[in-house]
Design a protein around this ligand. Structure first.
Ligand code: OGA
Ligand code: MN
Length: 284
């Protein structure tokens, strides 16, 4: 089986066929996948009917995995996060339930774990049950967004540090959503506003919903700037919208892409299993 990489939009995302993720991936194929990841930011692997163990084994090829922090029916400390609107007994959880309200945070443009000191490198999401319509995941290229900025603007943003804060982003949904203990466990962290891919050197903006303010800049002014940059990088030409098919595995680069989930009719089950590849160091 030869690996085939097909670009999906001009700036972001590629589809990968000719690889079976139920079995160990050869070193040569893995190298090509890694190159495609650095190049396209989003990789779609269709028809991968995998188990959690197979997903974990493939994910670990990219590096150590993060353990989950929240809203996981299996409890904290596991490497597989379950995103589901199904209760343990298989019934659909109503959208007003706290667990569902918490997950609506995923519908804001964000990048996973940017609220951690060392933000994640990548996430892999496996579509185990997908709704027949809606529930898409959209991805925006913060690299293409950066490239499109004028030279002077790039220079002005270089070296700025942005404070990312989980309590800030979840507070936008409901100021009482997080308990004091959650806030203590996840204090605000500093991230570079402009980052570079360590392999290719290509630069990108690093913003999203957890970005609260810019260090040393007035909070109101910072939030206007962050809002403008979020809007800029999510312009339609920088976005790939993924319409899920059952057994798609989608991997994204948290270092340079934003993503958000789209709503769907909650009568339909949606069950996704996510693994998250840890980052390798601080950004600021
Ligand atoms: C995630 C996420 C969005 C979705 O898994 O990190 O943001 O569409 N998911 O489920
Ligand atoms: Mn996410």
């Amino acid at each position: 089986m030869a690996l085939v990489v097909k670009r999906l939009t001009q700036h972001i995302a590629a589809e990968i066929r000719g690889v079976d993720l139920r079995a160990p991936v050869s070193e040569a194929d893995f190298q090509e996948i890694q190159r495609a990841f650095d190049e396209h930011s989003i990789l779609v692997f269709p028809d991968q009917d995998i188990t959690d163990d197979q997903q974990v084994a493939f994910s670990k090829r990219f590096g150590p995995l993060e353990t989950t922090v929240n809203s996981n029916p299996r409890g904290a400390g596991t490497v597989v996060t379950i995103l589901s609107n199904l209760d343990e007994d298989g019934t659909v959880i109503p959208p007003t339930d706290r667990r569902m309200v918490f997950n609506t945070g995923n519908q804001m443009w964000h990048t996973d774990s940017s609220f951690k000191e060392i933000p994640a490198t990548g996430s892999l999401l496996s579509g185990r049950e997908v709704p027949p319509e809606g529930g898409e995941t959209e991805f925006a290229s913060m690299r293409a967004g950066y490239d499109a900025l004028p030279k002077e603007r790039k220079a002005a943003l270089e070296g700025l540090v942005c404070v990312h804060d989980f309590a800030y982003s979840r507070g936008l949904i409901d100021p009482n959503l997080l308990r004091e203990q959650d806030k203590r466990e996840l204090p605000p962290v500093r991230q570079a506003l402009v980052r570079a891919n360590p392999s290719t050197g290509r630069k990108n903006l690093f913003v999203g919903a957890h970005a609260s303010y810019i260090d040393g800049v007035d909070v109101k002014e910072s939030r206007e700037l962050i809002k403008e940059l979020n809007a800029h990088v999510t312009r339609p030409e920088f976005v790939y919208r993924h319409q899920w098919r059952k057994h798609d595995l989608v991997m994204w680069d948290n270092r340079c892409a934003l993503h958000r989930g789209r709503p769907w009719n909650p009568i339909y089950p949606r069950l996704m299993h996510r693994t998250t590849v840890a980052g390798i160091g601080r950004t600021a």
